[in-house]
Structures are given as structure tokens and as C-alpha cells.
Design a binder for this molecule. Structure first.
Ligand SMILES: Cc1ncc(COP(=O)(O)O)c(C=O)c1O
Length: 411
């Protein structure tokens, strides 16, 4: 098997290596952008500068915070293909889902459809909504390799007269694939069923993510792939009843309509929102977002192949799991049988490998099978994936009870 081809390490327009633009600990290997993002130094500096301004003159800063957040909304919403007047800043995807769930009224016996690839914490929110009204939650089983057509059909088949709401991911968390949310939502709307699209991973990976998602409400994290400071997400909706949506903190803008009532949240640190346009502009001006997506895909493909090749001698099935609708920056590599079979085990493996061999990873679990969910951002290089092979594969094989060949030879 020829060695996978990695693109040359990326550089900024100044010639500086891209990886030096992020203040990540160089003694740690960072292969899990997907979970918590990573903030470039220029964005950290911008947020620090904003905080300094707030500290220099709190009375200048806080009474004008709504204007500042509105301006940040105006600069951020177009990045996801939305209008500022349809977009509210919230701290994260979980908060956006909570805002929508808090607004909904169901009747006893109503049903919410989620999927078995949904994000657990958001599904728990849907369950709490259902409990408040004596409704139920049912998970549509979406096979790992189902085509878009099959998935649209699955949802159409699962709709019942009692179904009121669908909660569906634009990019799934355990399996890192795109789902045809617009088609699912359009078909549901014909039956009067509303759709909440969880686009937590979509900004930056899907051009105009909110515009293409469909559904009644969409949300996405700016602190994942766009590299904004953590605590920055957008909720977007044109739903006619959107004035029922309330921020999680009641505050002075409570008499304002959606979305401006979200711009004031008592005395909070809104610098995460205000520094978000700096992150978007940084990647656009240094790499271009379209080129960035292409580069992430090239790095992800090569990284996944390198790791899969190292696991092949120990696997009955090909560990590389090519998905029908992949995203640019994440890939799934199947773990040896029995490893990461539950979410708890997958999470424990993540922490063990960080503590024992200094590699940040994400392992996911789907239907009793564990996967390495590999991430690739612009700071990742071939050496990161080589380090995974050298440091993590021996640990993974040992945990799976597999005797390793004498030396792991990098292709
Ligand atoms: C699909 C999905 N939804 C929601 C979330 C929650 O995001 P946050 O922790 O920023 O609220 C995540 C986080 O990874 C996710 O992958």
C-alpha cells in the first residue's frame, strides 16, 4: 500500500507555519478539534483586548454591550448564510436547543422524533421537554451507511399522527456524517411536523450552513470549526412564532422582540461573541474558507488512511469506514472489536490516552462499535497522525488484548 499523501504543511500569508498560529501545547498531539475547537492566537489576543477594554471602563463597556453584540451578529450571520435579524447569539449549541425546547408546548401523547445518532445531551433535553407534557421521544434508527434517500424515506416512514417535532443533526456527532436535514424537514412540514436542526458542527464545514439546513430552527457552534472563542453559537430562525423564544437569562432587553432580546444578558462576558468575526476573518484572509475545507479534507483522508493501515493487520474488516456523506474534516476509523463499545468506555479511552501518551483524541461509540473520530484542522500535519500510530496504536491493541507485531512500521 503506498504511503498516504499528505498536503504540504500549510503556512500563513506571512510564511509562518499554520500550526504556530494556534497556541496549542506543542508537547501534546491535537487530533480532536471536533469536540472543543481550538482558538488561534490572533483571536485570543482580540478577546483579551476586548476584556481589557471592559476592565478599563466598565461603565463605558456594559451599557453599550447590546450594540456591540448586534454588530457582531451582523458580521457573523452571513457566514452561515443567515440574516442578522434572524440570528441570536447563545453560548453554545446546548443553550440553543434549551431555548427552543423551553418555548415549545406539547400535548400528552405527542411524540418527538430524534435519531440514534443524535447528540446525547440534546436528546436528554428533548426527553425533558416530553416529560413536561406527558409526551414521548422515539429514536429513528439511522444505519451508519444509509444513503441520503434511505434516510429521508426512514423519516417519512416513521412519522405518526402524534409526531410534532423532529430533532435531527446536520452533522452527526458519533459518526461525523452529513444528514439530509432540508429534505427531512420539508417532508415533515407537509404533515405539520416541525424540525429543529442541530448544526453544532456545521459552521465552517458546510457553506451557508443555516441557509441549507432547512427546518424551523437551526443552531450551530462558532467555537468548533470556525475557531471562535468558546461560548459562541448562533440560533437562527424565521419561524412565525419566534417571539416565543427567550434567552436563558431574563434581562433588560426582555421587552425587545427576537433576536435583539438575546443581545443583553445581564452582566456577562460577551467577548466570545464579539471576537467571533475575528476568527471567521482570520481563516478567510489567511487561507480562504473554501480552500480551508479542501485542505482539511486532504489532511483528514491521509491521516485516516495512515491510521487504518496500521490497524489493518489486526482487523477482520477494513477499519477505515467511508461514509456516504462525509464532512471535510472528520473521519471514522473502527477500533478493534470490543474497544469503545459504549460512550462511557470511548470517553474513558480518550482521557487515558491523553494522560498516558499525550494525545488528544475523540473516540465515539455507535451500536456497540467503537471508532476513532479523527479531526483535521489547518494546524494538523502528517506528524500528528504518525504520532497517533506510534503512541496510541500500541495502547489500543494492548487494551483490546491483541499481541502487537514486533514493530509498527510507518508506511
Ligand atoms: C451534534 C452536537 N450537538 C450539540 C453539541 C453540544 O455542543 P456544546 O457543548 O457547544 O453545547 C455537540 C458537541 O459536540 C454536537 O456534536
Amino acid at each position: 500500500m503506498p504511503a498516504p499523501l499528505f498536503p504540504a504543511p500549510l503556512t500563513l500569508t506571512s510564511g509562518m507555519p499554520a500550526r504556530d498560529a494556534w497556541p496549542l501545547d506543542p508537547s501534546v498531539i491535537h487530533l480532536n478539534h471536533g469536540s472543543f475547537g481550538a482558538v488561534p492566537s490572533v483571536v485570543v489576543a482580540q478577546q483579551d483586548a476586548l476584556r481589557r477594554r471592559a476592565d478599563l471602563s466598565p461603565v463605558e463597556w456594559f451599557p453599550r454591550i447590546a450594540e456591540r453584540v448586534q454588530e457582531a451578529r451582523e458580521r457573523t450571520a452571513p457566514f452561515v448564510g443567515a440574516r442578522a435579524e434572524d440570528s441570536a447569539f447563545v453560548p453554545n449549541a446546548s443553550a440553543a436547543a434549551t431555548v427552543v425546547f423551553n418555548a415549545l408546548r406539547l400535548d400528552a401523547g405527542d411524540e418527538i422524533l430524534v435519531t440514534d445518532q443524535g447528540y446525547g445531551a440534546i436528546t436528554m433535553g428533548a426527553e425533558r421537554l416530553a416529560r413536561r407534557f406527558g409526551a414521548t421521544v422515539r429514536a429513528v434508527a439511522v444505519p451508519l451507511l444509509a444513503s441520503d434517500d434511505e434516510i429521508v424515506q426512514l423519516f417519512a416512514d416513521e412519522l405518526r399522527p402524534s409526531t410534532r417535532l423532529i430533532v435531527v443533526d446536520q452533522i452527526t456527532s458519533p459518526t461525523a456524517r452529513l444528514l439530509p436535514t432540508r429534505r427531512i424537514a420539508d417532508a415533515a412540514a407537509e404533515h405539520g411536523v416541525r424540525t429543529l436542526v442541530d448544526g453544532a458542527h456545521a459552521p465552517g464545514l458546510v457553506p451557508d450552513a443555516a441557509a441549507v439546513a432547512g427546518g424551523d430552527w437551526w443552531f450551530g457552534n462558532m467555537h468548533k470549526w470556525p475557531c471562535a472563542p468558546r461560548g459562541s453559537a448562533l440560533l437562527v430562525t424565521t419561524a412565525p412564532d419566534r417571539d416565543e423564544l427567550w434567552p436563558l437569562i431574563d434581562s433588560w432587553a426582555a421587552r425587545e422582540p427576537y433576536p435583539s432580546r438575546f443581545d443583553t444578558q445581564g452582566t456577562i462576558d460577551a467577548t466570545t461573541y464579539l471576537a467571533t468575526p475575528t476568527a471567521i476573518d482570520f481563516i478567510e484572509s489567511e487561507f480562504g474558507w473554501a480552500a480551508a475545507r479542501t485542505a482539511m479534507a486532504e489532511i483528514a483522508d491521509a491521516g485516516a488512511e495512515l491510521i487504518a493501515e496500521a490497524l489493518r493487520p489486526y482487523s477482520d474488516e477494513d477499519p477505515l469506514t467511508p461514509l456516504p456523506s462525509p464532512v471535510p474534516s472528520m473521519r471514522l476509523v473502527r477500533l478493534p472489536l470490543g474497544l469503545g463499545a459504549t460512550r462511557e468506555e470511548a470517553d474513558a479511552l480518550r482521557m487515558d490516552l491523553l494522560d498516558e501518551v499525550g494525545v488528544e483524541t475523540a473516540f465515539t461509540s455507535f451500536r456497540g462499535v467503537g471508532y476513532f473520530r479523527l479531526s483535521a484542522h489547518l494546524y494538523n500535519e502528517a506528524s500528528d497522525y504518525e504520532a497517533f500510530v506510534e503512541r496510541c496504536i500500541p495502547q489500543i491493541l494492548r487494551r483490546a488484548g491483541i499481541r502487537q507485531a514486533d514493530s509498527l512500521v510507518l508506511p
